[in-house]
Ligand binder design. Structure first.
Ligand SMILES: Cc1cc2nc3c(=O)[nH]c(=O)nc-3n(C[C@H](O)[C@H](O)[C@H](O)COP(=O)(O)OP(=O)(O)OC[C@H]3O[C@@H](n4cnc5c(N)ncnc54)[C@H](O)[C@@H]3O)c2cc1C
Length: 456
């Protein structure tokens, strides 16, 4: 089994190469972070003002972060908490940002298709399965929530266990929410596509160039300095690694496995609609998809949070987590025996209110964006377009989407952060255990309390 090394997608694809920054200098805009957020922001800025000299600085290599290691759901699922956004901007603004997510998902697919660039896109929608009565009750309540926010049958609906089996045969399934609004992509190919577009657009790309200090008007890369009137921070889950920013975004860890390739008979047996993204409804959430080369990838378990906002070592996953993820596959499809051939993990950035933000401080010239809490593949493009509008002083309404707001309050100091994050994860595991053994359709009180503490 290949464990770590940035994960399945990076192993499957040729690495992306760029030079490091070698001398001090200046640019019109410096962007810190070479994931979707940083790169899309660079491209959106270039489109808004072709005269800009833009430099992107990546600490490791392009695609090192979550953008090169994720589950490949390019979806228009709502990102962040609707009630948080509505409190600041009103209902219409929330509806507007959700419409824009759907448009953005289509735009990403269409643009690469028109350019003849393969990002492994296949439209399959998403399925969220319920396997217990409380899970089904939560899906019903989630559906009611979607309806109250104007999402109709054409975007999401509830199906029973029999209807679900026509699309995927999951052991013990009692129902599912299904939606057509998700495109399966190869996340690394998508990242490469964005890098190549940025390169072709004349954007300066530097890898192995870790920013060690950020101040108004300049960033430092070790002994070098790059001066710029405008600086963008697109470091998402890695933001805690920047001096003085340890509590802005919780780096939540998510682990994944890719199984061996299944043969045609096995796929026929489990009947998985080829490109549908699959997720669960337990409190300890799982998500997955079929890979283009015929594997199941499943993610979700693992050590959710490392003390002091620490990061993984090149995506290495402990043995227990691999076994736990293999157990999910076996539990969904008993007897399949699809052991892991790849295991990896990555970090996603979670703000204190679980909702994205684009914080533009024109005084300091620093714009920070991110906080998609595990749903950034589509969202990063939308946030980037809004960021570029703000940075260039455009009066396009995109500059007023509700994600444009001050960064939420910081997370608690250690050891509270560690106790909270890991304690909540433990509580959710216990809640799942209780619900699986109960005949009641009610969500466990433990999970309800945990939700309140987590602020979700
Ligand atoms: C396992 C996993 C599965 C996921 N699945 C999905 C999914 O299916 N669908 C979905 O929508 N979202 C998913 N996500 C979330 C999604 O991948 C992220 O929201 C998105 O990639 C964030 O992009 P980003 O560019 O903001 O951050 P990143 O891709 O993390 O990029 C940040 C970059 O900044 C660099 N950096 C950090 N510090 C510095 C520094 N000091 N100097 C220079 N560079 C620095 C990092 O090396 C990194 O490359 C998943 C995330 C994980 C971890």
């Amino acid at each position: 089994m290949i464990n770590g090394e940035f994960g399945f997608w990076a192993n499957r694809n040729e690495p992306i190469r760029a030079d490091p920054l070698r001398e001090s200098g200046r640019a019109d805009v410096v962007i810190v972070g070479g994931g979707y957020t940083g790169l899309w922001t660079a491209l959106a800025l270039r489109a808004a003002d072709p005269s800009l000299d833009i430099a992107v600085l990546e600490a490791e290599q392009f695609g090192f972060g979550a953008s090169g290691r994720n589950g490949g759901w390019l979806s228009s699922k709502p990102v962040g908490m609707r009630r948080v956004l509505a409190r600041g901007s009103g209902r219409e603004a929330v509806l507007d940002v959700e419409r824009r997510l759907l448009e953005t998902m289509e735009t990403v697919v269409d643009e690469f298709a028109a350019a003849g660039v393969d990002i492994g896109a296949e439209r399959g929608g998403w399925i969220q399965v319920a396997r217990t009565a409380p899970e089904l009750a939560r899906l019903q309540s989630s559906l009611a929530g979607h309806r109250s926010w104007g999402l109709g049958e054409e975007h999401v609906r509830l199906v029973d266990g029999d209807a679900l089996r026509e699309r995927i045969d999951i052991h013990d399934a009692v129902g599912a929410l299904v939606s057509p609004d998700c495109v399966r992509v190869d996340p690394f190919l998508l990242l490469r596509g964005v890098v190549e577009r940025a390169r072709a657009a004349g954007i300066r790309l530097y890898e192995r160039s870790r920013v060690t200090a950020v101040e108004p008007g300049a960033v430092r890369v070790g002994a070098l300095e790059l001066r710029a009137q405008r600086i963008v921070l697109g470091t998402e889950g890695y933001t805690a690694g920047l001096a003085g920013r340890g509590r802005e975004m919780l780096p939540l860890n998510s682990a994944m496995i890719a199984t061996r390739r299944l043969d045609d008979a096995e796929w026929a047996r489990i009947g998985w609609d080829p490109a549908a993204g699959l997720s669960g409804s337990a409190h300890t959430y799982f998500y997955g998809q079929r890979t283009p080369d015929g594997r199941i990838i499943i993610g979700g378990r693992g050590k959710p949070y490392r003390f002091g906002s620490g990061f993984d070592d090149r995506g290495q996953v402990d043995h227990g987590t691999v076994r736990a993820l293999e157990a999910i596959v076996e539990d969904l499809f008993p007897g399949l025996g699809a052991e892991a051939e790849y295991a990896w993990c990555g970090v996603l950035g979670v703000p204190r209110d679980w909702t994205p933000f684009i914080d533009w401080d024109s005084g300091s010239g620093i714009l920070q964006l991110g906080g998609y809490a595990g749903q950034g593949v589509t969202a990063a493009r939308l946030a980037a377009d809004a960021a570029a509008a703000l940075l260039t002083g455009s009066d396009d309404p995109i500059a007023r989407i509700p994600w444009v707001r001050q960064r939420p309050r910081r997370w608690e100091p250690e050891p509270l952060r560690w106790i909270g994050a890991n304690g909540l994860y433990r509580a959710y595991s216990v809640a799942d255990w209780v619900e699986q053994r109960s005949s009641s359709p009610r969500t466990s009180v433990i999970a309800k309390v945990a939700d309140v503490i987590a602020g979700r």
